[in-house]
Design a protein around this ligand. Structure first.
Ligand code: NI
Length: 265
C-alpha cells in the first residue's frame, strides 16, 4: 500500500460515517477548490501493542518523521505526538492516547478487556482501516461516556481516523478561517463553539475550527443499534514563523484541548 491509497481508503471510511465532511468536501470542490489535508488524527490507548508511538511508527517507512515534542492534555489524561510527512501533499499524522493509569480503574479495566486481543496482535496499517476490536455493549459505552468521552468514542469506533483537516491556506476563495466559517454556517453546518469558534490566534501561528460530530446509527455488541456522535471535520490555517517565514507545522495543546470536545454531544 502507498500513502495515497491508504489515505484514500481512510477518507472513504471516515466520510461514510461523517456526512458533514463529505458535504463540505463537495461544496468546496463545487467552488473550484482542491482540498488538501493538513493532518489526520487517530485516537488510541497507552497499552503496549497499540500505543501512540507504535501507531505513528506505521507511517515511518513512508518517510514520516516524528516531531520531538510530546503534547500533554492533563485535563483529558491524554498524551499526543505527531509525525511530519515526507512531502507537503501528504497530511501530518497526529496520534493521541489515553493514559489508563490516570483514569478510574473500572474504566481502565473495561478498555484493557476490550482491546486485549488487538494489543496481542499488534498494529498494521490495515488495522487502522478495519474494526480494531469487537464493539462494546451500549450499556458500557453509555456508562463510561460520562467519565471519558474520548475512551467511549475510541471503544466504539476503534483505531480509524478520528478526523481529517482541511488545510485552509490552500483554499483560493477564502482569505481567512473566519470567511470559511461564515460560509459553513450559511450552509447550515454547526461549528464547535467550545472556547470560541476559532481556536488559536495568528500570534500562536495556528487557527483551527471544526464541525460538531453528528449522531449516526452505530451497532454495538448484541446487534444493538443506537445513535451516537461519530466524527467531526476540522479546518486549520497556519501562519508563518519568524524569521524563517515557513509555516508553523506544530499543534497548540490549549486549542486542541477544545477541539477534542467536538465529538461530545
Ligand atoms: Ni486536529
Amino acid at each position: 500500500m502507498n500513502p495515497q491509497d491508504f489515505f484514500a481508503r481512510a477518507w472513504a471510511g471516515y466520510a461514510s460515517i461523517t456526512p458533514d465532511a463529505d458535504r463540505v468536501h463537495r461544496l468546496l470542490e463545487a467552488r473550484g477548490e482542491r482540498v488538501i489535508n493538513d493532518h489526520v488524527a487517530f485516537r488510541t490507548f497507552n497499552l503496549p501493542g497499540i500505543t501512540r508511538l507504535e501507531l505513528g511508527a506505521l507511517f515511518e517507512p513512508w518517510g514520516y518523521r516524528r516531531a520531538d515534542e510530546t503534547l500533554e492534555f492533563p485535563e483529558k489524561k491524554l498524551l499526543a505526538s505527531y509525525w511530519l510527512p515526507p512531502t507537503p501533499d501528504l497530511p501530518k499524522v497526529f496520534v493521541s492516547e489515553l493514559v489508563l493509569e490516570a483514569v478510574p480503574p473500572a474504566l481502565a479495566t473495561w478498555i484493557r478487556n476490550l482491546t486485549e486481543r488487538a494489543c496481542e496482535r499488534g498494529l498494521s496499517l490495515e488495522s487502522l482501516l478495519t474494526p480494531a476490536w469487537e464493539a462494546p455493549s451500549y450499556e458500557d459505552y453509555a456508562r463510561f461516556y460520562s467519565e471519558s468521552e474520548y475512551a467511549a468514542w475510541t471503544a466504539a469506533f476503534g483505531l480509524r481516523v478520528n478526523h481529517f483537516t482541511v488545510f485552509v491556506n490552500a483554499l483560493k476563495s477564502f482569505d481567512s478561517l473566519g470567511a470559511l466559517n461564515a460560509f459553513l454556517v450559511a450552509e447550515r453546518f454547526t461549528l464547535n463553539s467550545a472556547g470560541g469558534v476559532i481556536k488559536g490566534t495568528p500570534a500562536e501561528k495556528l487557527e483551527q475550527s471544526s464541525t460538531v460530530a453528528r449522531k449516526i446509527p452505530w451497532t454495538f455488541r448484541d446487534a444493538k443499534t443506537v445513535e451516537v456522535p461519530s466524527c467531526y471535520y476540522e479546518f486549520a490555517r497556519r501562519h508563518p514563523m519568524k524569521p524563517s517565514g515557513e509555516l508553523f507545522q506544530g499543534f497548540i495543546p490549549k486549542s486542541a484541548d477544545k477541539i477534542f470536545e467536538s465529538t461530545r454531544n
